[in-house]
Design a protein around this ligand. Structure first.
Ligand code: GLU
Length: 485
């Protein structure tokens, strides 16, 4: 079977972090089997449309480096195109395709025209709720005669088309949750064509998944209750049912649903906080699911190869930010020098030579978990910060001793050659050799040296600082310290 997966977002503004997880699962399944991953924009609910939402969604795909095989693509700012040949992939451009299916349902008696006004429906629902009944259309229009329907339509009365849910039970096997069944008596006669003539989500999704030959429908668990309506539509229309998998929600640590009000839910907000796309993907795709018990960091190709829907936990997945921070750090450590510089660039406007910036980043990444944390750390490399000369003296030493040690070590450093300055390890060996051959204590030399180079009580090691700053700048900083102490 050729696996064809799809993500079907409604363009309401941004990509939710939970959607990213579903996107990744779609992507893994499609890539694993040599199938296709489709992006389809579900914009039939005109009231919920947000200007620019499709563009921003597609930009997120790009930033996350997630390629899809069919669907709308962004050519340039404001220019959308499409790739794939079963498109268009935007439901508002496919409206003509849905109507024949609604007509077939009507002709077969599986759907009916309903003239109930929204006021009447509101009253009906209120009465049902007051009587502690499940709110559901009461079928007042379910058995109108064809003549009456025609006459009322001809008179210009507004109407919708509803599906007629049969008696019995609806069952499906969810690829994550196993068998799920519903009593059809609990399922509402869903509107399939709205009063504006647009197909509703339920009809459009079933028709599109069929026409686009989608084999696996992955979506958030909030859609489980929609599934009986959709499988009933498949049966009525005599079209194959896709495999469904409802992906568990993402939760806050207090187990409440991750919602906009409680913090960040958009993929973009995580990117702007300084998480790397690959780290975010690794994190979100292994939340509540770990392909291997003893591994946390996975290359994307490995995630594709190992992905197994049946191993995804049914329980909600808790968004553990400490773990994300840890993982992001692991990914920062794996970047090459130039990748690191490119990743940090949008987060800092500091004026540093490329060589110093590269070296400073390689050093400071040991101590950060997010790209946003670099800006603060880099300050010390741009220029010496104003510091209190008292901090130049190590806690077990005197100011006189520190001055002496600084003076001597400055001379030693001034004599080191360029080759030594090319590597942290060589600098370390040279300074350590000087300390031991002169019978000195590490603290007496290294503390004032490090503080003089950084201007900070806490910083990278003196060897790393020497390497990043280079000989000239290092000696200049040491001389400034000597003048102060
Ligand atoms: N358009 C729905 C959404 O906004 C898609 C649900 C589905 O995948 O069937 O998430």
């Amino acid at each position: 079977m050729i696996t064809r997966t799809r993500i079907a977002p409604s363009p309401t503004g941004y990509m939710h972090i939970g959607t990213l997880r579903t996107v990744m699962f779609d992507y893994f399944l499609a890539r694993q089997s040599g199938g296709q991953f489709v992006v389809r924009i579900e914009d039939t609910d005109q009231a919920r449309l947000v200007e620019g939402a499709v563009e921003s969604l597609l930009k997120t795909f790009k930033k996350m480096n997630i390629d899809y095989d069919e669907g709308p693509i962004l050519l340039a700012e404001g220019t959308l195109s499409e790739k794939g040949d079963v498109g268009p992939y935007t439901q508002s451009k496919r409206l003509d395709l849905y109507r024949p299916y609604a007509d077939r349902l009507l002709a077969d008696g599986n759907a009916y025209v309903c003239f109930c006004t929204s006021e009447r429906l509101v009253e009906m629902r209120a009465a049902q709720v007051a009587a502690k009944q499940n709110p559901k259309y009461d079928r007042r229009c379910a058995n109108l005669s064809l003549e009456e329907v025609k006459a009322r339509q001809a008179a210009g009365e507004k109407f919708v088309i509803r599906m007629r849910i049969p008696e019995g039970e609806s069952k499906f096997v969810d690829a994550i949750r196993g068998e799920i069944s519903f009593n059809n008596a609990d399922v509402d006669d869903q509107v399939i064509i709205k009063s504006d003539g647009f197909a509703s989500y339920h009809l459009a999704v079933v028709v599109d998944d069929y026409l686009m030959k989608i084999s696996h429908v992955l979506r958030g668990e909030e859609w489980i209750s929609s599934t009986p309506k959709q499988i009933i539509l498949c049966t009525m229309l005599d079209i194959p049912m896709p495999i469904y998998a409802h992906v568990p929600l993402i939760l806050n640590p207090d187990k409440t649903k991750l919602s906009k009000r409680k913090g960040d839910v958009s993929v973009e907000s995580y990117l702007s906080k300084g998480y790397l796309p690959e780290a975010l993907i690794n994190f979100i795709s292994t939340l509540g699911y770990n392909p291997k018990a003893d591994q946390e960091i996975y290359e994307r190709a490995e995630l594709v190869e190992l992905f197994d829907l049946s191993k995804v936990s049914r329980a909600g997945a808790v968004m553990n930010i400490e773990k994300l921070d840890w993982m992001n750090h692991q990914y920062l450590m794996r970047l090459t020098q130039s990748e690191l510089v490119a990743a940090v660039q949008p987060f800092t406007t500091l004026d540093l030579s490329t060589a110093t910036l590269q070296r400073a980043l390689m050093i400071e990444r040991e101590r950060v978990s997010k790209l946003t944390e670099f800006a603060d750390k880099l300050g010390a490399y741009v220029g010496l910060v104003a510091y209190d000369p008292a901090i130049l003296t190590w806690k077990k030493a005197t100011a006189e001793d520190s001055a002496l040690q600084l003076k001597n070590v400055t001379e030693v450093i001034g004599q080191l050659d360029d080759a030594t300055f090319a590597k942290v390890a060589l600098l370390e060996a040279a300074i350590k050799e000087y300390i031991s051959s002169n019978g000195l204590q590490n603290g007496n030399v290294l503390w004032p040296l490090r503080v003089a180079l950084s201007g900070l009580e806490k910083s990278a090691s003196p060897y790393e600082l020497l390497w990043a700053l280079g000989k000239e700048e290092s000696v200049a900083r040491l001389q400034q310290a000597l003048a102060k102490i």
